[in-house]
Design a protein around this ligand. Structure first.
Ligand code: DAT
Ligand code: MG
Length: 151
């Protein structure tokens, strides 16, 4: 797997439910590296940009209202295979179908309140990181644990 960066966001339900540390720790313990993080209340227009691929879907308006309804913790995580494996840590879109052990499987119940977003591929990861972060907000550093994680 290639070293890559993925955009991960804890949605307003995850923040309000006090799940920020729980979610961060799952990515951290896996061995991924946190390279950007901030808390923001996105505007509705910003939410529409983030979810532009879904604009024809019946739930689009409610989804954008929800994402802009409160603070979101926006992050970039880096590691080998971080995009695909990040999606595995998150679990299926509908928490009714997410496996136990995944973030949505363990911590959410319905699709409209599934607490977390993760990029679904290299192109969307790039676009989402650029939408949510300025270049200087991404921090490059060597983690002391890297040699123990990757050998
Ligand atoms: P994911 O967040 O797993 O990438 P997605 O990109 O298909 O899923 O959809 C984005 C979000 O939209 C999803 O996290 C929750 C909401 N959503 C998806 N399908 C839905 C549905 N059938 N009804 C209501 N909300 C839905
Ligand atoms: Mg998606």
């Amino acid at each position: 797997a290639e070293m890559e960066r993925t955009f991960i966001a804890i949605k307003p339900d995850g923040v309000q439910r006090g799940l920020v540390a729980e979610i961060i720790s799952r990515f951290e313990r896996k061995g991924f590296k946190l390279v950007a993080i901030k808390i923001v209340v996105p505007s509705k227009q910003f939410a529409q940009k983030h979810y532009h691929d879904l604009k024809e879907r019946p739930f689009f308006n409610g989804l954008c209202d929800f994402l802009s309804s409160g603070p979101v913790v926006a992050m970039v995580w880096e590691g080998e295979g971080a995009i695909t494996y990040g999606r595995k840590l998150i679990g299926a879109t509908d928490p009714q179908k997410s496996e136990p052990g995944t973030i949505r499987g363990d911590l959410a119940v319905v699709v409209g309140r599934n607490i977390i977003h993760g990029s679904d591929g290299p192109e969307t990861a790039k676009d989402e990181i650029n939408l949510w972060f300025k270049g200087e907000e991404l921090v490059s550093y060597t983690s002391n644990a890297e040699k123990w994680i990757y050998g």
